[in-house]
Write a protein that binds this ligand. Sequence first.
Ligand SMILES: Cc1cc2nc3c(=O)[nH]c(=O)nc-3n(C[C@H](O)[C@H](O)[C@H](O)COP(=O)(O)O)c2cc1C
Ligand code: SF4
Length: 599
Amino acid sequence: MTTTETGLGSFLELTLKQHGSDPGRLVQILLDVQAHYSHVAPQVIEILAEGLGLTVGAVESTLDFYSFLTREPTGAYRILCSDNITDRMLGNQAIFDHMARRLGVSRGKVSADGLVSLDFTSCTGMCDQGPAILVNGIAVTKMTLHRADQICDLVRSRVPLAHWPSDLFRVEHNIRRADMLLAADFNPGSALRAAVEMGRDAYLAEVKRSNLRGRGGAGFTTGVKWEAARNARGDARYIVCNADEGEPGTFKDRVLLQFYAERVFEGMALAAFVVGAKLGLVYLRGEYLYMRAQLEEKLAELRAARLLGGTILGVQGFDFDIEIHMGAGAYICGEETALIESLEGKAGRPRIRPPFPVSVGYRGQPTVVNNVETLCKVTEIALHGGAWYEGFGTKQSTGTKVLSVAGDVERPGIYEYPFGVRIAQVLEDAGAKNPRAVQVSGAAGQCLTSREFGRRIAFEDVPTAGSIMVFGGHRDMFEVARNFAQFFQHESCGFCTPCRVGTTIQARIMAKIAAGHGTQYEMNELQHLCQVMRTASHCGLGLTAGTAITDMIDRFREDFEKRLARRDFEPAFDLDAALARAREITGRDDADSRLLSDA
Ligand SMILES: Cc1cc2nc3c(=O)[nH]c(=O)nc-3n(C[C@H](O)[C@H](O)[C@H](O)COP(=O)(O)O)c2cc1C
Ligand code: SF4
């Protein structure tokens, strides 16, 4: 072995040891390798496969799935620009072009000296303080040309990231409206103590009584989910906190984790108390790497306070601890079964359901997967009871909802309201001026026009996991739709044909219309594709991948039609022009050598 190979061998040996040579930790191991070597080389794949008892193909399958993992070296500074529609509205392209020019690197490429690489990435969850970028995985917000220059200088001078001005990495909470969750003081351990005093069954009864519904999107009743996991057969039980938050426009879980972490962790401990779990896993999206160290510190504090670990609060048998797992740049890993696959070290492809995770989840055992916000809510119920909780919001949507508001508003940020609040109220509070459209619940959600702003945020009217993106009167909704189509094409996991092919065709049709070659035929095709994906896709991503686009066609048809070349069919590819060279070679230019007789 050469010195470098020896170095490589000992680094991998140490990494494997740190992860207990557990194949289930493959994603975490690959992330460590990527961070150290800026890629995962073929020889590394082989060593890992051997060390983990996996085939090379299995390691490659995981590696190739995640956008933050690469086989080819990235730059020593890897810069990824967030490309959500709100970043675009804030001028991310100009920032990108400026950095590309100054650093002498083009999109998706590494500079000749290996110093820097530059690319776009899906929404990084910083829509209230965009445009945002990631530098070696760490978020930099509020990008301006001035900041871009500052970063280019730091990169050029090869200043290690640890020595960059801390101001660049500040992430604000931007809480604009706090209600029963965000405004309340929280004393760590108080909710657990209350639940322990009540007893497992009584506390579960309170959670059921509250009618709390999951805040991750689907709105399943939390108490029922916990009860199912508790009653399921298994050797072990697990609590998973879904902190993947990849839906474009959503950033409320970021704020809850960064500023209310004790609530989140205590919510996990409450779930463990009810269900009988010994281990909890936080699946933290890769884009939130900046807060990992802080979360680990918080966990250490909770262990020191005996609120995590063995015999919690002196209750015999109440042993529970929490680990943090990082995501690696895959939106689909927010889907709970894909998330579990990822936690097990595999590509994040959604499983066939049933069985549901409550009976067969992480490592085949009963598993509760809850959203970050849901886990905060259960602490309120422990402290104040289910009946109290039920008194807020509406009958079918109890309690409050934390919303992430971004786009054309004066005050982007976090707004907490009792369920049932009208969209018009949210818009007024956020300072929306002349809003033309509101996209609720991200790219997978629904698009509403001003006629619908009287509708309410609630499971029974307009449900949302939290994202509210506002588009002012001057916005071109075709461009919004095109951004969403590109997002879904990029994020489809490729497992099932309707979604894999459907999202690709959808994005191509949008590109064709944008290039001025669209006709009514393409408009009809978009509607048709949406229908096919909605009926035949395997998971929620494909089921909703066309919804926003067809919503926008229905509501803002003029934005699409003004781009249409003709009403009938218009080919995207000019075959006749492509045959010109053949005509030249054969010396023919008669009518029969052309596709169109009048040519
Ligand atoms: C494509 C897709 C992405 C999802 N992303 C998230 C996410 O980022 N966070 C989340 O909590 N739930 C997400 N979900 C919903 C989860 O599958 C699951 O329903 C949720 O985590 C359950 O928690 P809850 O009951 O507390 O809402 C997603 C679902 C789909 C289909
Ligand atoms: S619908 Fe899309 S994301 Fe879901 S399994 Fe199929 S290809 Fe994957």
